[in-house]
Design a protein around this ligand. Structure first.
Ligand SMILES: Cc1cc2nc3c(=O)[nH]c(=O)nc-3n(C[C@H](O)[C@H](O)[C@H](O)COP(=O)(O)OP(=O)(O)OC[C@H]3O[C@@H](n4cnc5c(N)ncnc54)[C@H](O)[C@@H]3O)c2cc1C
Ligand code: FES
Length: 442
């Protein structure tokens, strides 16, 4: 009965119909009761009239509000369904608006992204990254890069990326970092950028019991923030050590945010180490020098899970130091933002050095069949040198951006892929042909 009333669009007509219905029902019921009990009793008649009037008023009010409530409920159910289906279909690029841009340090700036379509965004595992695509003037194709999600919420309303401005390496007269400088200089609140769903295997399982030791330097702090926040929210009993190294206070991003989190969570222990502190940094850091395994041994316990993110040399020396201390390799996880370090405990695909010396590569979508030799390098480089421009980001087997389908033949990997690879897919940035002929869908 409610739905037909709610379906009436005109609110006055809806109130009138509902009031009449209330009046009719209550009058019939009270009339029957009075007629049955004592039709001559005037006070019963009076109460009968009062109930009918009350039912009329209640019916009128109900008629006025029912449509609004039912519409709200319907809208919310519709939205939930659309949100669900939007997330189910979000596999490729989706538009995000930069809703906030916040300078975190001398070189790191955060970008808060909300989906332009206003639908829900999926949760992610702490440590995962987002792949973004930028149209940068002067570049002959879109620039794709991956950035760790630097915040955490179980039901995220936005994603946060925190990006370091990459300068040209000292002593080299080359262009400074393309994407990071474009983000810093040209992406502002209101700008729209494209992003793929969260991805990545460098993740912390918050539910584990072993203490987690999060060790970073520089911009490697980004996934650690997400890991520390997720643990504080979902498993606050777990002991977490947050050890971060940076040059000095000017370069120290998220200092207050991490200390604030530790203030609310006694199981989160923080240590900041500055390599070149300035006078005004007094009291802002815990020790001076570089973060190394000796410091970790002082602060933490061997029986823990260790997560490393930072410059390649930093991670290499820490991995060596932790293993020498006796930490099993399968308790050390790491992610490199550039070239990965060798030999890892996280490997799922076996590296092979079985590439042939020459092979025919069919790039089916580009309609090109070309002869590859070992001097041509990996398949991505070979494709680029022949006018084919597949998407890529890390060029190191980490992000999965260069994944393409292989419909014939096999490849061998020059390095262990960190990104997940399906059986019929290959990462062309770190592979070479293993058979005389391979067919790729690019
Ligand atoms: C999984 C993952 C997560 C990441 N998360 C983050 C993050 O949270 N925050 C973050 O800031 N970064 C992150 N990165 C790194 C990021 O993806 C980019 O690699 C980084 O921003 C640099 O990109 P760019 O386009 O600015 O620099 P590029 O243009 O790629 O250049 C990189 C460097 O090479 C130098 N260069 C250019 N040409 C030459 C040349 N001919 N010879 C030698 N050097 C040259 C540039 O000057 C620059 O210093 C992550 C990377 C990965 C793989
Ligand atoms: S470009 Fe990142 S895995 Fe190949």
């Amino acid at each position: 009965m409610i739905e037909p009333i709610a379906a009436i669009k005109n609110p006055l007509l809806r109130a009138f119909t509902s009031a009449s219905l209330g009046f009719t029902i209550v009058t019939i019921i009270s009339g029957s009761i009075i007629g049955y009990i004592n039709p001559k009793d005037k006070s019963a008649l009076k109460y009968g009239i009062y109930s009918s009037l009350l039912a009329t008023v209640a019916g009128g009010i109900f008629g006025l509000t029912v449509a609004e409530k039912s519409n709200k409920l319907k809208l919310s159910l519709d939205k939930q369904q659309i949100d669900k289906s939007q997330n189910q279909i979000w596999k490729d690029w989706r538009n995000f608006i930069v809703v906030r841009k916040v300078k975190e340090s001398e070189e790191i700036t955060s970008f808060y992204l909300e989906p332009q379509d206003k639908y829900e965004i999926p949760n992610f595992q702490p440590g995962q990254f987002l792949t973004i695509k930028l149209d940068i003037p002067g570049q002959n194709k879109p620039v794709i890069r991956t950035y760790s999600l630097s915040d955490y919420s179980q039901y995220p309303q936005y994603y946060r990326l925190s990006i370091k401005r990459e300068l040209a390496p000292p002593g080299l007269s080359v262009m400074p970092g393309i994407a990071s400088n474009f983000m810093h200089n040209s992406i502002h609140e209101g700008s729209v950028i494209l992003a793929k769903p969260p991805n990545g295997k460098f993740v912390l399982n918050v539910q584990k019991k072993l203490p987690a030791v999060l060790i970073s330097n520089g911009v490697g702090i980004t996934p650690m923030i997400s890991m520390a926040k997720a643990t504080a929210q979902l498993n606050p009993q777990r002991e977490v050590y947050f050890v971060h190294g940076t040059r000095n206070g000017n370069y120290h991003a998220f200092r207050e945010e991490v200390l604030g989190l530790a203030g609310e969570n006694p199981n989160l222990k923080v240590h900041f180490r500055y390599s070149r502190p300035e006078l005004e940094d007094e009291g802002k850091y815990h020790s001076q020098g570089y973060v190394n395994s000796a410091l970790i041994q002082q602060l933490t316990t061997q029986n823990a899970e260790f997560f490393l993110c930072g410059s390649p040399n930093f991670m290499q020396s820490l991995r060596d130091g932790l293993q020498a201390w006796g930490v099993p390799a399968n308790q050390i996880y790491f992610e490199s933002f550039s070239k990965p370090i060798a030999a890892s405990s996280q490997k799922s695909v076996t590296t092979t050095d079985e590439s042939v010396t020459t092979a025919e590569i069919v790039f089916s979508k580009s309609g090109k069949t070309l002869t590859w030799t070992q001097e041509d390098g990996n398949i991505l480089e070979f494709a680029e040198n022949n006018g084919i421009n597949p998407p890529y980001s890390c060029r190191a087997g980490i992000c999965g951006t260069c994944t393409c389908q292989i419909t014939e033949g096999e490849v061998s990997y020059q390095e262990e892929p960190t990104a997940a690879v399906d059986e019929d897919s290959v990462l062309i940035c770190i592979s070479q042909p293993k058979t005389q002929r391979i067919v790729l869908d690019i």
